[in-house]
Structure formats: structure tokens, C-alpha cells
Design a binder for this molecule. Structure first.
Ligand code: UDP
Length: 562
């Protein structure tokens, strides 16, 4: 059956059920964004032309909202708890629905069981039953619940699962045996899924799929209106919890010298707000009112927490400049409580790395807050600069629909594994050394692995310098790391073509392989396909990195990927 774009979301709102504060928040958002989704669907339909889109039956099981996992979020929705996750789930539901797929939504174990066809009371059904869904979107909580309640079907069908995982899961943490042996121990990893089955909030590492969310888009008239209506001395502080103000007195007093400081910190009427007296605190605002506040403000300022939420993108989309602190040394699961136990070694160099690296000046300023002069100078310059509202394409409704469409039509983790690791027995070599002898590219006459996605012709492979991760090595060349190309490169032939002098070649389990170790002139191939990883570096190795091009404003997709 062909999927047909939908522009009326009232049935989706019914499907979302009711009761919980979290669902109410999500439904309000979906309702408010209906017109934007409808317009985006029209535009994407035009762009895709008559491309065939199969209708999928999809189950969305939002594990963290189930009572069984404690549902710690719903009671906090009205108190400044994390709303980012709810923003993202609301947008995922809208995208799947607008794309025209069959949708079921569950937020309790009971509903999950009845949708999976597990007989009540039979917690662990030993038989494999047919699964009435092509795809299941869930989170780590939901994954655990499915493992417990699907019996043998879980193994059989886990390739259909997609895990919404805000901060991402790196391959070294995902591979159970490897993680256990090498100290990549966390509360969350060990699922042995294809790392691309994890879907993140921002494009952290291309080892995972970038799911994202949307921010409201302004039309030209609104943009002009906003630009005219800005109060150049108005700053809004990022963060809804009182804790973020602690220990920031010095920067705050500098900021207050120049600007009126607004906050949206939750407080209870019985207790005075725990923010400095000069702050105009609005309390936690409903989302539309928060947007209105951003429209008037010149500056949106972060004091280090929360990490990587939606709000800075909304601020920039509403014409604010986002000022944030540089982290030196970077924060990570090794040195920061917040990231501890998360299945990633990613180092975070500022509060919002996406804003810093993908947007940057004039919209985003990342400065050292300990350096008062630098901080003060930034504020003064920002007050004088005019910026246009800006929203990266990948965070528009159209951009999200385009990306989710591409994933649904092309990602298949149930098919027999792609090209087997070639090991030392590489048959015919599919690539050649580029004319400038710096990297490998796909040979024009080589056959293109049929059905492979992204298409292999976008492969560009580089030998990274020692200590450089493939994520960074590819970005250095204006490209992005593409883990699905690793199997093509995992061969002696690739090293040979790159004229790497291998004295010996070994095949082992190591998330940094394929790689070259300079001291012994040793080449190493990857023995375990699940461990292919863009993330990760060691000064011992020069990693062999598969890169690809990407669409401007849509880093998840290569030029030929639609
Ligand atoms: N938000 C809101 N009211 C406010 C402040 C923020 O509704 O007073 C919304 C905001 O629009 C954003 C969401 O909260 O979409 C999440 O924001 P944040 O970046 O703080 O991420 P979180 O830490 O909540 O995940």
C-alpha cells in the first residue's frame, strides 16, 4: 500500500489519548503546529514527485511515560522538568502520521502487551508470534519492557525497533561482549543492535541516526516584525530549574550592567523564586508564551545547563543571539555527573555543541565565562549586532519529514548483513585512489552494491591523522563519517590503494579498526561488524575513515540519498 500524506491531524490527537500532563503538553504542541506540518507535507510531496512510498504499520511505545518505568516526567511537566523529550516525541508522532503511516501509540505496559498480542498474564510468552508492525519506535525503558514481554519474538523482531536516545549510544557501548571486556560499562548499553537503530536529538555521531525535532518557522512578514520589535537590552536566561543560577553571580552581574535579565524558572507560589532579585522571572511559561518572550528578546543566554535542548534553536529561530559558555576541559561521561553512565564517550565542548558547530556566529557566541573581559565584550557586541531569525532546514517540519521519510524507506536492519567484512580475501576492489592521491573514491566502473543506502558512490575514504576520530576527520574535509561504508574499506586492498605500508595485517575486535599503527607499521582490520564506529580515537592509531557528502542543512542525508 502506498502512503498518502495527511494534513488533518485530528485523528492523531485522538490516538494520543489523554490524562497525563505530558500527553496534554504534547497534544497542545501538535495542534499548534498543524498548519506548519500541513504546509511541509505539501512541499515535500512536490519535491519527491512520484517516488513510491510504502505505508508501514508502526507502533510507538513511549517507555518513559509508562507507570511501570516510574513515569517521573509527567508530574514534572508543570514544574520545569525536562520538556525536550516531550517536544521530540510529539514531533516524531506528527512526522510519522503526516507521512501517512499506520500508527498505534502506547504509554502503558498493558497497552503494549495488547498491541503485541501477548496474552495477559503470560508475561514471558515462549512462542514467537507474528508481529503486526513493520516498525517500533521506543526508548530505552520501552526496549527493556519489550525484552521482558515479547519472549523469543524479541530476538526475531528487534531489527524492527528504533530507539529514541537523546544523547546517543556509541558502538563500543552497544556491543555487549566488547563493552564488558573493555570497560565501556553503563546502565544503558549492551543491546547489540545496529548502532543506526539508535536515534538522537542532535546529530552527535553518525554512528546513530539523527532523528531531531522541529522548531516553529516564521514567514517573511513575521521575521520583519520581529526584527523591528526587538528590545536590544533584553536577555532571557536558558533553563527552567533554579539550580542553573547557582554560582553564576559574577557573570550575571556583568550581564545585568547592560541588560534587563528575564528568566522562566518554575517556582511555587508559597515560596519565593530562587533567583537573584534583579531578575524578572516569569515562572515556567506555556510554550507559545515562551516563544513570545523570545521574540522580544535580543539575547538568549546559557549558563552551562541544561545540555543540548531545543530552546536555543527556538531562540535563534526567533531572532535571538545565543550566548553560551565554552567548556574547558570538555564535559563527558568521565568527568560530569550528568553524562555519567550514558553510553557515549563524546566530549562536549560547550553547552550546545550543535549551536556552536552547525550554526555559529552571528547567531551563536561561545565564550569563556571565566574570562570576564571576553564575556563582557561579547555582550556589548551582541547588543549592537542585527541578526535575522534563522532555523536550519533539518529542524523545520519539511526537513524532519524528509529525513524520516528517507529512513523509513531505506533503512533496513532485518535484511541479511550488507557486504560481509572482506577481510584479507578482498575480491575485486571497488575503489581507486583519488587523482590528488589523498583519499579513496568509488571507481566509476565498479558495481554499486544494489540497494545499499546511502549509495556507495558517495564514499570518500581518508586515513586520519593519529589521535583523530573519524567523526572529526571527515568534518575536516567538509564531509561526514558514514559507518555503513566501513565494510567496503575493511580490507588489505584499501590500505594498499592508499599506499599504506603494512608490514603485517591483523584482524581483531576493536572499535577503532580498520586502522594503521605507525610504530610497528601494522595494519588492523575489524573482525566484528557491529563495532564499526565513527566515534573514538587513540594516539596509537591512524584510523581509516569512510566519509560521504551531505545535503546543506540536512547532514543526515547524502546528495543522492532521497
Ligand atoms: N519551554 C517552555 N516554557 C518555558 C521554557 C521553555 O515551554 O518557560 C519549552 C521550550 O519551548 C522547549 C522546551 O521547553 O521547547 C524544552 O526546552 P529546553 O531546551 O530547556 O530542554 P529540556 O532541558 O527541557 O529538555
Amino acid at each position: 500500500v502506498q502512503a498518502v500524506f495527511r494534513s488533518n491531524l485530528s485523528h492523531l490527537l485522538e490516538l494520543m489519548g489523554s490524562g497525563k500532563e505530558s500527553l496534554i503538553f504534547m497534544k497542545k504542541r501538535t495542534k499548534r503546529l498543524t498548519a506548519q506540518w500541513a504546509l511541509a507535507a505539501q512541499r515535500l510531496a512536490r519535491k519527491l514527485g512520484d517516488v513510491r512510498r510504502d505505508q508501514k504499520q508502526i507502533l510507538v511505545h513511549i517507555g518513559f511515560l509508562t507507570e511501570e518505568s516510574g513515569d517521573v516526567f509527567s508530574p514534572r511537566v508543570l514544574k520545569g522538568g525536562p520538556l525536550g523529550e516531550m517536544v521530540q516525541w510529539a514531533d516524531i508522532l506528527a512526522a510519522l502520521y503526516v507521512l501517512g503511516h499506520g500508527l498505534r501509540i502506547t504509554v502503558s505496559l498493558k497497552e503494549l502487551q495488547s498491541n503485541l498480542g501477548v496474552p495477559p498474564g503470560r508475561g514471558n510468552c515462549p512462542l514467537t508470534m507474528p508481529l503486526p508492525f513493520d516498525l517500533i519506535y521506543t526508548d530505552y525503558h520501552g526496549l527493556q519492557q519489550m525484552k521482558q514481554h515479547m519472549g523469543l519474538s524479541f530476538r526475531k523482531y528487534r531489527c524492527r525497533i528504533r530507539v529514541i536516545d537523546t544523547f546517543g549510544t556509541e558502538p563500543a557501548y552497544n556491543h555487549e561482549e566488547y563493552a564488558t571486556l573493555h570497560g565501556y560499562r553503563t546502565n544503558w548499553g549492551y543491546w547489540n543492535l545496529n548502532p543506526k537503530q539508535f536515534m538522537t536529538m542532535f546529530p552527535h555521531t553518525p554512528d546513530n541516526s539523527f532523528m531531531g525535532f522541529v522548531s516553529e518557522e516564521l514567514n517573511e512578514t513575521e521575521k520583519q516584525l520581529i526584527k523591528g520589535g526587538k528590545a536590544s537590552n533584553m536577555a532571557v536566561v536558558y533553563g527552567k530549574e533554579a539550580g542553573i543560577w547557582k554560582g553564576k553571580e559574577k557573570s550575571l552581574s556583568i550581564l545585568h550592567k547592560y541588560m534587563e535579565v528575564h528568566g522562566t524558572v518554575y517556582y511555587e507560589s508559597r515560596r519565593p523564586p530562587e533567583v537573584p532579585a534583579f531578575v524578572k522571572n516569569h515562572g515556567l511559561l506555556p510554550q507559545p508564551e515562551f516563544q513570545q518572550l523570545l521574540r522580544k528578546a535580543k539575547l538568549f543566554i546559557g549558563f552551562g545547563f541544561p545540555y543540548e535542548g531545543p530552546a536555543p534553536l527556538e531562540a535563534i529561530a526567533n531572532g535571538c543571539v545565543f550566548l553560551q559558555s565554552r567548556f574547558s576541559p570538555p564535559h563527558s561521561s568521565l568527568n560530569h555527573e550528568f553524562f555519567r553512565g550514558k553510553p557515549t564517550s563524546r566530549e562536549v565542548f560547550s553547552q550546545h555543541p550543535y549551536a556552536e558547530n552547525f550554526i555559529g556566529k552571528p547567531h551563536v557566541w561561545t565564550v569563556d565565562y571565566n574570562n570576564s573581559e571576553e564575556f563582557e565584550a561579547a555582550i556589548k557586541t551582541i547588543m549592537r549586532t542585527q541578526v535575522d531569525p534563522y532555523l536550519p532546514y533539518e529542524y523545520t517540519c519539511e526537513g524532519m519529514l524528509e529525513r524520516v521519510h528517507a529512513y523509513i524507506q531505506h533503512q533496513d536492519f532485518c535484511a541479511a548483513p550488507g557486504p560481509a567484512p572482506l577481510g584479507a580475501r578482498a575480491p575485486q576492489s571497488p575503489f581507486v585512489l583519488a587523482p590528488n592521491a589523498t583519499h579513496l573514491q568509488w571507481a566509476r566502473n565498479a558495481s554499486l552494491a544494489a540497494g545499499a543506502w546511502p549509495p556507495a558512490r558517495s564514499l570518500r575514504a581518508w586515513l586520519a591523522t593519529a589521535g583523530r576520530a573519524c567523526t572529526d576527520a571527515c568534518l575536516d574535509h567538509g564531509l561526514v563519517c558514514e559507518p555503513s561504508f566501513f565494510p567496503f574499506l575493511n580490507s588489505q586492498d584499501a590500505f594498499q590503494k592508499l599506499q599504506v605500508p603494512c608490514d603485517s595485517t591483523e584482524s581483531e575486535m576493536n572499535h577503532l579498526y580498520p586502522a594503521f599503527a605507525q610504530p610497528g607499521q601494522e595494519c588492523f582490520l575489524q573482525k566484528e561488524p557491529l563495532l564499526f564506529s565513527c566515534a573514538g580515537a587513540s594516539t596509537k592509531y591512524r584510523r581509516l575513515c569512510p566519509c560521504r557528502d551531505y545535503r546543506k542543512g540536512q547532514v543526515a542525508l547524502c546528495q543522492d540519498c532521497l
